[in-house]
Design a protein around this ligand. Sequence first.
Ligand SMILES: Nc1ncnc2c1ncn2[C@@H]1O[C@H](COP(=O)(O)OP(=O)(O)OP(=O)(O)O)[C@@H](O)[C@H]1O
Ligand SMILES: [Mg+2]
Ligand SMILES: [Zn+2]
Length: 290
Amino acid sequence: MSDEPAKEEKACDENCDACPSAQQCSQPKALSRKAKIDVKHVILVLSGKGGVGKSTVSVNLAFALANHGKNVGLLDLDFHGPNIPKMLGIEDKRAVAFANAIEPVHVTGNLAVMSMAFLLKDTTTPVIWRGPMKMSAIKQFLNQVNWGSLDYLVVDLPPGTGDEALTIAQLAPNVKGAVIVTTPQDVAVMDAIKAAKFIEKIDVPVIGVIENMSGMICPHCGGTIDLFSKGGGKKAAEDLGVPYLGAIPLDPEMVKAGDEGTPIILRHADSPTGKAVDEVMENLVRLVES
Ligand SMILES: Nc1ncnc2c1ncn2[C@@H]1O[C@H](COP(=O)(O)OP(=O)(O)OP(=O)(O)O)[C@@H](O)[C@H]1O
Ligand SMILES: [Mg+2]
Ligand SMILES: [Zn+2]
């Protein structure tokens, strides 16, 4: 027999870290290989619906964890609408690329951020991202970014159940699970349950459910107004048999915080919303580290 197949296998083995077709590759090595990133806990932030607050929750959770003394990476995997840089007021920053490594944007001493937006020359020109391109970008984010040694990597995903979640679940080491963000209404909850079932199907456990925009904080007196219904997140958690991580109120300050690039957890750490974020973070840490 010729030695051709063996040669092919060897070449593939050497290159699959950077290979856009590794996911389709039939060679078991390509599938089981995990990225090099040094991280204890990878947390995926997921939802069934768009606009429920995944990016807001990701940013605030990342800050809350960093304030808690953890080394945190925040990875924006929303290629089509990378919002994280804007929410942190760092949309003009660019990641510095060395020969074989990319320096993330350091927001504080123990919080580093990476987003596709940092690699684009011009964020107003839309980029058409096809599946394999996204996959190789995700690989680079995990293999070539100088994250250092992380306790947590918080991954903000685009809405729904797409390639990004599949790819990160496959490539990242120590994926502890997904947190599902939902708003209180029934329709959102139905979608949240769907997202949870999807992620469990690809062998990523659901850590718990967060209800965002739960009740409203009055901009005048700071009291709570029950604008929408409440309790959908808890119900979704019960239906799924997973922990409920807590509720974050609908707070006009949250919108301001997002638009002005300073997360609410920094602006108003002692407000009901800031405290709610902290409580969610503490519940998460308890579940992940127990
Ligand atoms: N608790 C909250 N109170 C008030 N406004 C909020 C809250 N959470 C999120 N928002 C606002 O809702 C909008 C959508 O939030 P965000 O971008 O975080 O959602 P998303 O789920 O990441 O959206 P997408 O699906 O488009 O990625 C933003 O303007 C944000 O400031
Ligand atoms: Mg988002
Ligand atoms: Zn009031």
